[in-house]
Write a protein that binds this ligand. Structure first.
Ligand code: 5AD
Ligand code: FES
Length: 348
């Protein structure tokens, strides 16, 4: 039998492979072995979640950031970024319109912005959770102390997304300024998980200097951490960053990673990301067909959409949330899946 097919079968059974075997798949997969992998991944995904696709309302509430990650369009040094912050009232009104559209998960995402003190975050979290008792609240606001994470959890936040970006510390330091370390990123993720958050890590595919070994290490780290969610999207250059002239990650490699992650963590919540929809017009559909089961449309007010640009050519920055929901609903139906109104919790 084809060596790749053999390894895919072994991964499905054992949920992890030695690094050399993962790297072998990454370097030698073909369109035929991909089709085989995606078919296995869909079968596993459907055993746990059926044909349901969960929606998360993404509220990008600040694009101020104290960090300077080399890839990111809202890094501190990105002089062209027009900075904005949403008030508590604006955030609540996003939730209100999102709730009416069927969202039962809100994701508060922002740069690392000290304007939002723990006290203010706790106030916003408590307010959202008391108004929408049947909704889950996800935070994606970066690296904090364990104490801060505990305060957010006590206030009612259910989930936390913090991509690890790359599990290789040398690679990590080529993507980030000196004051950031993989070690602290991993500390954050293990704190989040032990506090009780449904926790998400993740990485970019095709980030500068990334090797097949690096991707294999990402998969091994994911298997070690056992997160509830994994965010994977292609790296896409942003014109106002040091990586402006780097190549974007590919559709093929991103889909491969989604399929492999589904085999490693059968019940993981796995989004077909906006970045994937940005590099290919059918990217999100293909992501679902490779094993993903979540989409995260934008709920941010229309006038700030074009300002939260982590990468160039981002889709849906001119559309109302209602249009995106309709569009995504049609897209999912076209491939035999359906958007559902549900908190969409991780299933054990
Ligand atoms: N291309 C693709 N994804 C990016 N992110 C940040 N910058 C880019 C980019 N240029 C991702 C990071 C981050 C998440 C919020 O967005 O992985 O964790
Ligand atoms: Fe936004 Fe299609 S999902 S317009």
């Amino acid at each position: 039998m084809n060596r790749i097919i053999e390894l895919i079968n072994k991964l499905e059974k054992e949920h992890i492979l030695p690094k050399s075997e993962l790297a072998y798949i990454i370097e030698n997969h073909t369109p035929e072995t991909d089709e085989y992998l995606f078919e296995r991944a869909r079968r596993i995904r459907e055993a746990h979640y059926g044909k349901d696709v969960y929606i998360r309302g993404l509220i990008e509430f600040t694009n101020y950031c104290k960090n300077d990650c080399l890839y990111c369009g809202i890094r501190r040094s990105a002089k062209q970024a027009e900075r904005y912050r949403l008030t508590e009232e604006q955030i609540l009104s996003c939730c209100e319109s999102g709730y009416a559209l069927g969202f039962r998960t809100f994701v508060l995402q922002g740069g690392e912005d000290n304007f939002y003190t723990d006290e203010l975050m706790v106030k916003i979290i408590s307010e959202i959770k008391s108004r929408y008792t049947d909704c889950a609240l996800t935070l994606s606001i970066g690296e904090k102390s364990r104490e801060s994470y505990e305060a957010y959890f006590a206030a009612g936040a259910d989930r936390y997304l913090l991509r690890h970006e790359t599990a290789d510390s040398a690679h990590y330091s080529r993507l980030h300024p000196k004051n950031l370390s993989l070690e602290n990123r991993k500390r954050c993720l293990s704190d989040l998980k032990s506090i009780g958050f449904q926790t998400g890590c993740g990485f970019m595919v095709g980030s500068p200097y990334q090797t097949a070994e690096n991707l294999a290490e990402d998969l091994i780290y994911i298997h070690e951490l056992q997160p509830h969610m994994v965010g994977i999207g292609p790296f896409i250059p942003h014109h106002d960053t040091p990586f402006a002239d780097e190549k974007a990650g590919t559709l093929e490699m991103t889909l491969l990673m989604l399929g492999l992650v589904r085999l490693i963590l059968p019940n993981v919540l796995l989004p077909a990301t906006t970045a994937l929809g940005t590099i290919h017009p059918k990217g999100r559909e293909k992501g679902i067909l490779a094993g993903a089961n979540v989409v995260m449309p934008n709920l941010s007010p229309k006038d700030v959409r074009k300002k939260y640009l982590l990468y160039d050519n981002k889709i849906c920055t001119g559309d109302e949330a209602a249009e995106c929901i309709k569009c995504l609903g049609n897209r999912m139906n076209s491939i035999g899946y359906r958007l559902v109104t549900d908190r969409g919790d991780w299933k054990n």
